[in-house]
Design a protein. Structure first.
Length: 101
């Protein structure tokens, strides 16, 4: 059942937020090809609207298997794009902002 699977969320990076990074990865996958929303959804085993929600910020999470498959399709390790949602994770950008205060 999907509710029992661990959820993974997009990781905010030092230079951009998770959804922007996802969009950049979709522009050029590991083989240099553009990946459409439909192609990524198909590879991840989720609906196109779920990928669309990630890109617009309406959602930030996918079940583990979908997150893993999406990262594989984009040609990156899962940890580059996703982190387990139950973990308390601060982006490097927010960590740096806190250090400047």
């Amino acid at each position: 059942m999907i509710q029992d699977l661990p959820m993974y969320q997009l990781v905010d990076r030092e230079d951009c937020d998770g959804r922007t990074f996802l969009r950049l990865l979709m522009e050029r996958d590991g083989e240099g090809r553009k990946v459409s929303v439909r192609q990524l959804a198909e590879a991840a085993g989720v609906s196109s609207s779920m990928i669309g929600n990630l890109l617009t910020g309406k959602s930030t999470q996918l079940p583990y298997e979908a997150a893993l498959r999406s990262a594989e399709r984009l040609g990156v390790d899962c940890g580059v794009l996703w982190v387990q949602a139950a973990r308390s994770v601060r982006s490097r950008r927010s960590s740096l902002a806190g250090a400047r205060s």
